[in-house]
Design a protein around this ligand. Sequence first.
Ligand code: EPU
Length: 330
Amino acid sequence: MDKLKQYNTFGIDVSCRSLIELHSVDQLTEYLQSTDGQFMILGGGSNVLFTADIEKDVLLNRTSGIDIIHEDERSVQLRVASGENWHGFVSWCVERDYRGIENMALIPGTVGAAPIQNIGAYGVEIKDVLDEVEYLDLSDRSLHIRSNNECQFGYRNSVFKGELKGKIFVISITITLSKTSTPTVEYWALKEYMQGHGINEPGTKDVFDAVVYIRRSKLPDPAELGNAGSFFKNPVIPNTQLEQVLEKHPEAKHFPVDDTHSKLAAGWMIEQCGWKGKRVGHTGSHARQALVLVNYGNAQGRQIADLAREIIASCKSEFGVELEPEVNIL
Ligand code: EPU
């Protein structure tokens, strides 16, 4: 039995049958030829909550490499191995002034996990820059490529969380970044930061610095306090339902999604239900961002899952809206 505590950002102390570091796709195909099928793949362990020991092998994705596929004066196309650290890759791009992913600085996890849940922050999602995803089918070891529009991207969603869930290994992603575009600073917190710092025409590095500053001020660092970022998704509800919520809570924080749907701010809902900053045993909702559940040191995964269930029930009874976890509960 191997320990998983240092391989999940919640810092949950569970074991697995065996831990195997994967450094290449060849190594994975070799493993697949002799496996009994009892395995799971882990990237940065930043979007998972372990509620019990894993009676399987855990394959840690440690593949690496960033290749320039095409470059001209206006843009650069990059292929990135799935095991690369996401923030390390964002920093690499910002250093070269390759533009388009600076708003997603400091998101924990690996490059390969990015398309799976269509990571996003401060007005940008991976789907905005992604060209294609290369993956291995785990059942027959065949190679596949899906272009952006074949990935069925939605808010924190993709085909890799749907019909392909658990069936594939993301090998690499290919993205195109601009060398000339102006940054996206529509998000209120970014606007506030730029105004506060007297920056009128922010560059890539300014946005990167702003995002790092905002995230550090609001979101707990998993190295200091176990967590997996937002535990829940912001619920997307029909506008007719939003009207009912607004009747009871005219101050409800909400954002348009399309002509007929809106997103409710789950952090705001959880705060209204009195959970923000509340500690329950070894777990709780974070004092600066209610959407983040934390491990104060010795929490067991099921205690955090129990808290999540209680929060879902409170929000359901207060707002009639069911929160859905963003984190994979295993
Ligand atoms: N709010 C509260 N109380 C809270 C938290 C938030 O009232 O405790 C309100 C805020 O005042 C604001 C609204 O809710 O009006 C939205 O809050 P915020 O801008 O902090 O963003 P979020 O919707 O809570 C999402 C993502 C984050 C991402 C930020 C910034 C999801 C589930 N979460 O959070 O992503 O960093 O926007 O773009 O979509 C993650 O996925 O792990 C993550 C951290």
